[in-house]
Design a protein around this ligand. Structure first.
Ligand SMILES: [Zn+2]
Length: 222
């Protein structure tokens, strides 16, 4: 899953309004950010294969440190503790913000579970791998991510408000932008220049860009 992960960000923000939407955008992709970074050092692995599934041009080969169920909960714990220490001096009752941030990290595995072919390990030994393979149907994959995003946008818009025109239409326009990006992501062809390095770097750049956009748009709403 790609942009659909951000549904968890919008939904969790609507539950805990003091959490930063920008940081929630980082949190939901935290294990992917780690994964693509680790692939640069050859520690975790994926391979570019044209039309490996109807929705992707890559095979995820080895990712026990970022995408196992066990490691997901460990990273969730790390983010819970980090967020707790980041916020607890400045904001009273900040534990809820930390819980929401950790939930965002952990949500990633369960969203991935729906889409991935069986490549998600349960533990670090990589022996049992899971995945419900929705990626094998491109239209359903796109539809599910779109429904998740639109439903969460509704929750976010209902629970926050904006005074300026930009604050009112910014978030819906941003979601439309994400849905457009996902058309290219799911239905787009593999470019002849694409390789593991370019895919990893463009994914990392996209995660950073989307988080900055979310941070900026969210600042305009209260
Ligand atoms: Zn992932």
């Amino acid at each position: 899953m790609f942009v659909g992960h951000y549904a968890a960000s919008f939904a969790l923000k609507s539950i805990e309004k003091r959490a930063s939407l920008g940081l929630l955008f980082i949190a939901v992709q935290f294990v992917d950010i780690l994964f693509f970074s680790l692939t640069l050092g050859g520690i975790e692995k994926f391979k570019v294969i044209e039309n490996y599934t109807e929705s992707t041009h890559f095979q995820l080969i080895f990712m026990p440190y970022t995408h196992s169920l066990l490691s997901t909960f460990i990273w969730g714990g790390v983010i819970f503790i980090s967020a707790y220490y980041l916020y607890f001096k400045r904001i009273p009752n900040s534990k809820n913000i930390s819980i929401v941030m950790a939930t965002a990290v952990i949500s990633h595995w369960f969203f991935d579970l729906i889409m991935h072919t069986p490549d998600l390990p349960l533990a670090s030994d990589d022996s049992v791998k899971m995945g419900l393979s929705l990626w094998n149907n491109a239209y359903l994959s796109y539809l599910l991510e779109a429904v998740f995003l639109l439903a969460s946008l509704y929750l976010y818009m209902k629970s926050t408000s904006g005074k300026t025109t930009f604050a009112k239409i910014g978030a819906p326009l941003f979601v439309i932008f994400l849905l457009a990006v996902n058309i290219l992501n799911i239905f787009g062809p593999l470019s002849p220049d694409d390789n593991e390095l370019s895919v990893a770097l463009s994914a990392l750049a996209a995660y950073g860009l989307f988080a900055v956009m979310a941070f900026y748009l969210d600042k305009k709403r209260t």
